[in-house]
Design a binder for this molecule. Structure first.
Ligand code: SF4
Length: 313
């Protein structure tokens, strides 16, 4: 984005008051076993008007980073789960803000019918930056069933092929640490995602939060969360197997301490980012990987005010 726009472009997270077909009964009830939407949507219900959310996000991000351009990131729940006219109204409203140059739309792979993709393509044709963010989590149908996703890999494949026909940019979300999965599962998932073609990836550790089915499984000892070492090892393994043109939008995720049950390292992202950066640096010394700038002799430290711009993370 820095190269494309000559300046930082940041996402402003928006909760547009959608629900999810895996919660309201049309695909399933209860949602994914790990899902408590508060864990990635701190606004809670009922969200403020869209323009207020953008204004608040802009204030915080501009103060912290100096950014002057933004993507409206429709994040909470399933942001294509409405009819096209309603979606158009919402997306138009976000794009009416003069410094909002595009959209990132988070959704499920089984919730992007062709009319919705045509709508996103319209924005792209008008010159807006458009990202379709698809929550796949795993390419293994058994794993998806186990966490009650309500869709399989086939739906993801269809969504990606239709999106790519329109040259829409796709960012795929993957979870590391799903019940029953090992690093090998994650590696095969990545391989299948790369084979279909993808422009961006988000990696996320599976965390156990209050009010979820996964929390019950964890209490009964049926689910063991990853250790920090295991997460760092697998995330690094995946990053090193991804071609440099695929952008990592995120390599870890956090949950608020108020709802996080386990693992406790999921409450802070800087520790995890620094550990991944150090692991990549060690690999660089061994294998001369192009992810790390050649003149970078020591791994930089990430914190709330320092974000090494030359790392592709
Ligand atoms: S698809 Fe997303 S919003 Fe719906 S239940 Fe699963 S994680 Fe939650």
């Amino acid at each position: 984005m820095l190269q494309r726009y000559g300046e930082r472009v940041h996402k402003i997270a928006i909760d547009a008051d959608f629900t999810c077909p895996n919660r309201d009964g049309s695909k399933g009830r209860g949602g994914c076993t790990f899902c408590n939407n508060v864990s990635f949507s701190p606004n809670g219900r009922k969200p403020p008007p869209l323009t207020e959310q953008i204004a608040a996000g802009r204030r915080v991000i501009r103060k912290r980073t100096g950014a002057r351009k933004y993507l409206a990131y429709f994040q909470a729940y399933t942001n294509t789960y409405a009819d096209v006219d309603q979606l158009r109204q919402l997306y138009d409203q976000a794009l009416a803000e003069p410094d909002v140059i595009g959209l990132a739309v988070g959704t499920r792979p089984d919730c992007v019918p062709e009319p919705v993709l045509d709508l996103l393509d319209e924005y792209q044709q008008k010159g807006h930056e458009v990202w379709l963010e698809l929550g796949l989590q795993s390419a293994f149908d058994d794993s998806l069933r186990r966490v009650n996703r309500g869709h399989g890999f086939a739906e993801y494949k269809t969504a990606v092929l239709h999106a790519r026909e329109r040259e829409l940019q796709v960012c795929t979300h993957l979870i590391i640490g799903l019940p029953g999965e090992t690093q090998k599962h994650c590696e095969i998932t990545l391989k299948r995602v790369l084979e279909l073609g993808v422009d961006g990836l988000k990696l996320h550790p599976l965390h156990v939060v209050k009010g979820t089915q996964l929390a019950n499984e964890w209490r009964r000892g049926e689910y063991r969360p990853l250790t920090l070492d295991e997460y760092v090892d697998t995330a690094t393994h995946l990053i090193l197997r991804t071609p440099p043109e695929v952008i990592f939008h995120r390599v870890t995720g956090t949950a608020s301490r108020k709802i996080l049950l386990a693992p406790d390292w999921c409450s802070g992202k800087w520790l995890v980012l620094n550990r991944i950066t150090e692991a990549l640096h060690r690999q660089q010394l061994k294998n001369n990987h192009s992810l790390i700038p050649a003149d970078c002799k020591e791994p930089p430290q990430w914190n709330s005010s320092a974000r090494p711009a030359t790392y592709h993370l």
